[in-house]
Design a protein around this ligand. Structure first.
Ligand code: CNA
Length: 334
């Protein structure tokens, strides 16, 4: 039986899984599909030593208060966060798509023909300056600080209920808020490390910081190279870090998914929201309803369409964590 299954999987895993009644996409690597399917129905220990008990809400249309009560009662212990640029707008960093302040509406500052060019490898090869202008903005020390939303995720971690945070952001504010590295997946890369685009020599982010702050394009120090050094930010068309794809095994173990500050328009990241079990509640904190919350809503979805700070504060009130959250912020910012 096992041999037949392996042969069938090698042949065409997607058709096989469809026949077994699993709705999966052809854009996901075969091994991920198999992992996802096999893990989805079983209980197994998580890396943090907790048992990945599958959580199924008995409440048909849970409210934010109901979910907070489940966390308080210790019935939800594995929370996965998916975050985007909207969690950093309260820190003053513009996102892509907010009308007026988003990068899409402010292309002249970066001298860009179109917004995505800032993360386009071909465009970068011809003119890396716009990207380094953005990098300089982000690097400015003390300019941008983590806000209450980052600290809320840190508090989830301190309370040992954060399974993993997946972020699309490249501003490093999750690290600055003290979210532990082993709980963090920077799906679109990081400024912490960098790579020469000619000889692939690796650099520490700090090695190129000075040049960027001086509005210069950093160049490789290797004798006879002089290639442009690019921070390890994932540009359009580049592979996401391998760690990102662990979501196919980790999301089926989540007992709650919280999606925050993202338009869910960038794939494959956006597709993750469909990987939690259908019986697990999903919360969306965003200005507008987005992605699968809009196109494939579930009865256990909880949507707070509005300002993310107000939504997180409301959640914390239900959790009775408001005082702790503000104390944590004060401690970290003093
Ligand atoms: P996006 O497409 O710009 O979407 C942001 C979402 O957040 C939108 O739906 C907004 O309505 C919403 N939003 C913004 N501010 C708030 C707020 N205060 N309260 C509630 N909702 C809010 O950005 P995504 O993250 O979805 O797109 C992914 C891109 C953006 C990634 O590749 C990022 O690297 C890239 N990006 C990152 C940063 C950063 O690191 N801070 C900044 C700009 C762009």
């Amino acid at each position: 039986m096992l041999r037949r299954l392996i042969i069938a999987i090698r042949g065409d895993p997607v058709s096989l899984l469809h026949r077994l009644g699993h709705n999966v996409s052809r854009s996901v690597p075969a091994i991920c599909l198999i992992n996802r399917t096999l893990y989805a129905d079983c209980q197994r220990p998580l890396r943090n030593g907790k048992v990945g008990r599958l959580y199924s809400t008995s409440i048909q249309h849970p409210s934010l208060r109901d979910i907070a009560a489940e966390i308080k009662a210790g019935r939800i212990t594995n929370v996965v966060i998916m975050a985007g640029a909207g969690i950093s707008t309260p820190s003053g960093i513009p996102d892509f798509r907010t009308p007026g302040t988003g990068l899409y509406d402010n292309l002249s500052k970066y001298n860009l023909p179109y917004a995505e060019a800032i993360f386009d490898l071909d465009y970068f090869s011809g003119d890396p300056k716009p990207f380094f202008t953005l990098a300089k903005d982000l690097y400015h020390e003390g300019c941008y600080r983590p806000n209450i939303v980052h600290h809320f995720v840190r508090l989830l971690s301190d309370k040992d209920v954060l399974q993993k945070m997946y972020t699309q952001n490249i501003d490093g504010l999750e690290r600055a808020a003290g979210i532990p590295e082993d709980k963090l997946v920077e799906a679109h890369g990081t400024f912490a490390t960098a790579t020469c685009q000619k000889c692939w020599k690796k650099y520490d982010g700090d090695d190129i910081k000075e040049a960027i702050l001086q509005s210069e394009v950093p160049h490789c120090q290797h004798p006879s190279c002089n290639g442009v050094i690019k921070p390890d930010i994932v540009f359009f068309g580049e592979q996401l870090p391998g760690q990102f794809y662990n979501f196919v095994t980790e999301l089926p173990l989540a007992q709650l998914l919280v999606v925050m500050g993202t338009s869910l328009e960038v794939h494959p990241f956006a597709g993750m929201a469909s990987y939690v079990s259908r019986s697990v509640p999903r919360i969306l904190f965003n200005k507008e309803v987005a992605g699968s919350f809009l196109h494939e809503p579930r009865p256990s979805d909880v949507i707070l369409a509005g300002d993310i700070v107000a939504s997180v504060e409301e959640f914390c009130r239900h959790l009775r964590w408001s005082k702790e959250l503000h104390e944590l912020m004060k401690r970290d910012t003093s």
